[in-house]
Write a protein that binds this ligand. Structure first.
Ligand code: TYM
Length: 339
């Protein structure tokens, strides 16, 4: 088993990242270590330059994200933790895969359509070819499983399509160059929504900080954000079906279930018939309780910049060694001579 996943260091780690992906990273890191496999987790800093950005912020966010991931439980001794920039094979493999990816496939990506909006002519080329770099990220290491939130499913399907076409075009059936990766998406909170609008996902790019819970928020901030979260006037229903058409209520109950480690019906068995006046303080307390230890570790870790850089440097060295054979096989399969 080989687990690979990434996160963009474009801002704070938020509850959507945590419940959709990072919790599974931590869980799988231990499972994989026990079975003799390997997990690789990286900061997608090369992806982060596909949108306008401030260089000094990217550098600071990269280090903060390492601190946040370690605070969440990623152990650099068990997992390989690094940033793409220090493993040039990611960018190299992307170029090699650009020959296989089709314009039509990329044109269908919903993230491209959402982020470019109406101004496609003005969008960066990197934003368009973003999913090819993402495919390179996982194919480079022969990933078998990729823990992600629901919003990354389409990109993972594209990675499989690219791998399959490359294997068909340039390899034999008994000696494929790439492994087809499987996404791992959690049953609850695979798509955590904004606290201000139940139809939009919780995201780092939302200008309103009230729309998300950051893993670095203190207890007062978390309580305030939960209390001010948008809801409807109805009490909570007794079962899951009663949440249909109530996106804000469904989101808060889903968050509660994921944080408490139970399913939505179990939460509604306790809170069905009660109003948000009772539910919101309970949710806030649950969040504060679970996030406080992460916050405390983060505050400590972020102070030691040299230690954070060392984690990335050492992780990158290990990742480069694992990437080398696949990169070499790709050059060879394409007939590119390297003396
Ligand atoms: P990013 O940085 O947007 O998010 C990191 C992870 O968090 C998940 N996530 C969510 N899950 C549930 N609800 C939400 N509101 C929510 N917001 C984010 C994402 O699904 C993701 O798993 N393109 C990727 C980074 C990437 C990558 C990769 C991922 C680059 N290469 C290779 C996997 C494999 C991204 O921008 O994720």
């Amino acid at each position: 088993m080989r687990i690979v996943s990434g996160i963009q260091p474009t801002g704070n780690l938020h509850l959507g990242n945590y419940l959709g992906a990072i919790r599974n990273w931590v869980k799988m890191q231990d499972e994989v270590a026990a079975s003799g496999g390997q997990s690789l987790y990286f900061l997608a800093d090369l992806h982060a330059i596909s949108m306008p950005h401030v260089p000094a912020d990217l550098a600071a966010n990269t280090r903060e994200m390492v601190a946040a991931l370690v605070a969440c439980g990623i152990d650099p001794d068990k997992s390989i933790l690094f940033n793409q920039t220090q493993v040039p094979a990611h960018a190299e493999l992307q170029w090699l895969l650009n020959g296989t990816a089709r314009m039509g496939w990329l044109n269908r990506m919903t993230q491209w359509k959402d982020k470019a909006g109406k101004n496609r002519e003005g969008a960066s080329v990197a934003l368009f070819t973003y999913p090819v770099l993402q495919a390179a990220d996982v194919l480079l290491y022969q990933a078998t499983h990729v823990p992600v939130g629901e919003d990354q499913k389409q990109h993972l399907e594209l990675a499989r399509d690219i791998a399959q076409k490359f294997n068909n075009d340039f390899a034999t059936e008994d000696a494929p160059v790439f492994t087809l990766p499987e996404p791992i998406i959690p049953p609850e909170a695979a798509r955590v929504m904004s606290l201000r609008d139940g139809s939009g996902k919780m995201s780092k790019s939302d200008p309103s900080d009230m729309s998300r819970i950051n893993l670095t928020d203190d207890a007062d901030t978390i309580m305030t954000k939960v209390k001010k979260a948008k809801t409807d006037p109805e009490p909570l229903p007794g079962d899951k079906g009663g949440l249909d058409g109530r996106p804000e209520a469904a989101n808060l109950v889903g968050i509660y279930a994921a944080m408490a480690g139970c399913n939505v019906d179990a939460v509604l068995a306790d809170f069905g018939g009660k109003g948000f006046g009772a539910f919101k303080p309970a949710l806030g307390e649950l969040l504060v309780d679970k996030l406080a230890p992460i916050n405390a570790r983060f505050v400590e870790l972020r102070q030691d910049r040299a230690a954070l850089d060392a984690i990335l440097r050492q992780g990158a060295e290990r990742a480069r060694a694992l990437a080398a054979p696949t990169l070499a096989a790709t050059y060879d399969a394409l007939g590119l001579v390297r003396g």
